[in-house]
Design a protein around this ligand. Structure first.
Ligand code: C5P
Length: 238
């Protein structure tokens, strides 16, 4: 069965302006698979932001939790009551923290482990005293997340193909850093177009500014989805 590409898009609602947030929920909610509620909105209005997004779509709560296992488990437990599909934690919290998060979410919210943030590259890693290519670190952390019971991982489009070949098919791969051809990369470093990310094996694409920063967000989404039509994708791979 051909997947519905719109279902594979999560729009990042990165704003602390409530009117803007509400407007984006109305524009994108009925047209994509998920709305991503991030720190800006959640820190400002908490669960009310989730409730508002849930009125028009499934929700991905991107809290990027990173703390000792007991604290993260408690936070995931609290998230479980909000009715969201996904919540994120940082893979760098380690196996014990990832296991605690996955167990706390069991059956109620799916835990995704953020590997290496997409604004980081080999140079930024070296600045932290971590040597070696980003893809090796991402691969190690994604494997750790899978072995710890997480539902999936967040990685850049550059690492998707490798992770797809290394991890079970049921492990969900989510990629931010999505930029349609010609769009500015902003602060993202490891980017790809939506078609490239899907071809590499991503299950879910997180797209923010290329849609929310557009003068006409609805038209920007229409263009993005048109670029993912089966005919366009076939032409690109043929
Ligand atoms: O605007 P843009 O498309 O760059 O937004 C990307 C979104 O994905 C942001 O909400 C950001 O917090 C999130 N994200 C990311 N890199 C990760 C994980 C999440 O950019 N590794």
């Amino acid at each position: 069965m051909t997947p519905n590409r719109a279902d594979q898009i999560a729009v990042a609602l990165d704003t602390s302006d409530r009117d803007q947030f509400r407007h984006w929920c109305g524009v994108f909610g009925p047209r994509v698979g998920l709305l991503k509620v991030g720190l800006e909105a959640f820190v400002r209005w908490g669960p009310a932001a989730v409730e508002e997004a849930r009125a028009s779509a499934r929700v991905f709560l991107d809290l990027k939790l990173h703390d000792i296992p007991n604290t993260v488990a408690g936070a995931v437990e609290a998230v479980s009551d909000l009715g969201v599909d996904y919540v994120t934690v940082h893979a760098s919290g380690g196996a014990e923290m990832l296991r605690a998060a996955a167990e706390a979410g069991q059956g109620r919210v799916r835990v995704l482990a953020v590997t290496l943030l997409t604004h980081m590259d080999a140079e930024s890693l070296a600045g932290l005293g971590v040597e070696g290519p980003p893809e090796v670190l991402v691969s190690t952390w994604a494997r750790l997340a899978a072995d710890s019971g997480c539902a999936g991982a967040v990685c850049s489009p550059h690492e998707v193909a490798r992770l797809r070949s290394e991890l079970p098919r049921s492990f969900v791969l989510v990629t931010p850093g999505i930029r349609p051809a010609g769009a500015p990369s902003d602060d993202q470093k490891r980017t790809a177009t939506p078609a490239e990310a899907l071809a590499a094996g991503a299950d879910l694409l997180v797209v923010g500014r290329p849609l929310t920063g557009s003068d006409n967000p609805r038209a920007a989404l229409r263009r993005l989805l048109a670029g993912l039509s089966p005919r366009k994708l076939a032409r690109r791979s043929g």
